[in-house]
Design a protein around this ligand. Structure first.
Ligand code: B12
Length: 216
């Protein structure tokens, strides 16, 4: 199984899109869970692609291509998840904040959270703070994950917290942030509850939120 997971990692790194579905299926047949395939195969592959991009060895088109391969693999994995697991931990709202259209990382976070038992309500990209707060109210949701990659858009994080506070909901709702320009320092500055540097970290963060909110 280890070899098959490594083959998935390499397919993402080398952008072999014609291979990915077959490789994922092989891994599943060998007994790997969707979460193992995502965490150990797809995410690790993307990490290497990101490193190569930062080093100047890969171009933007490569990154987008790798993101598409991962999305294709995830669409297959979604259909193989145990229906009993989906949503058993409750609902999470995900959004990329207003003015920002980056969504590759958010989609991965959504997939990993849903593989670990959360139901994801993905509001999309360039989402206004009002829309996030409306969704929290409408669906009575206590878990929110916000993605932001543009430094110029981080002010939206504080705005969302402030709007939830004005609606009397801030104590009931936990907010996590992630994306290239985020850090623990930014999380403190914006008054959100946690920063996660990866999709795998997001699972631990939301599990911890559930405990703190008495939902676990
Ligand atoms: C791909 C990309 C694009 C694509 C986005 C395609 C898409 N559908 O997402 C396109 C071409 C559209 C784009 C456009 C722009 N981009 Co751009 N883009 C990138 C790039 C190269 C990669 C981002 C990415 O997908 N990474 C891979 C994913 C997997 O990583 P990730 O998003 O960080 O997500 C992981 C974690 O952060 C975490 N995570 C993410 N979200 C969340 C949420 C929660 C709750 C948690 C817990 C964790 C978490 O988990 C994820 C998986 O492990 C980055 C460079 C970089 N190194 O980040 C620049 C980058 C983000 N872009 C940048 C810029 C400037 C722009 C543009 C303004 C360029 C321009 N002049 O037009 C526009 C802005 C458009 C807009 N309004 O948003 C800058 C931002 C600089 C800054 N700090 O402000 C960067 C950093 C490039 C650079 N070095 O200058 N971009």
């Amino acid at each position: 199984m280890k070899e098959s997971i490594a083959a998935i990692q390499n397919a993402v790194i080398d952008m072999k899109d014609d291979d990915i579905k077959g490789l994922v299926q092989k891994c599943l047949d060998e007994g790997a869970t969707p979460l193992e395939i995502i965490e150990q195969g797809l995410s690790k592959g993307l990490d290497v692609v990101g490193e190569r991009f930062d080093a100047g060895d890969y171009y933007l088109a490569d990154l987008i291509m790798a993101g598409e391969i991962v999305t294709e693999a995830m669409n297959l994995l979604k259909t193989r998840m145990n229906p009993k697991d989906i949503g058993r931990k409750g609902k999470v709202i995900l959004a990329t904040v207003q003015g920002d259209v980056h969504d590759i990382g958010k989609k991965i976070v959504g997939m990993i959270l849903s593989a670990s038992g959360y139901e994801i309500i993905d509001l999309g990209v360039d989402v206004s703070s009002e829309k996030v707060v409306e969704a929290v109210k409408k669906e009575n949701i206590q878990l929110v994950g916000l993605s932001v990659l543009l430094t110029t858009m981080v002010h939206n994080l504080k705005e969302i917290g402030d709007m939830l506070a004005a609606a009397g909901l801030r104590e009931k709702v936990k907010i996590a942030i992630g994306g290239a320009c985020c850090s623990q320092h930014l999380a403190n500055e914006m008054g959100v509850d946690a920063f996660g540097e990866s999709a795998v970290a997001a699972v631990g963060i939301f599990d911890d939120f559930r405990m703190k909110l008495g939902l676990a």
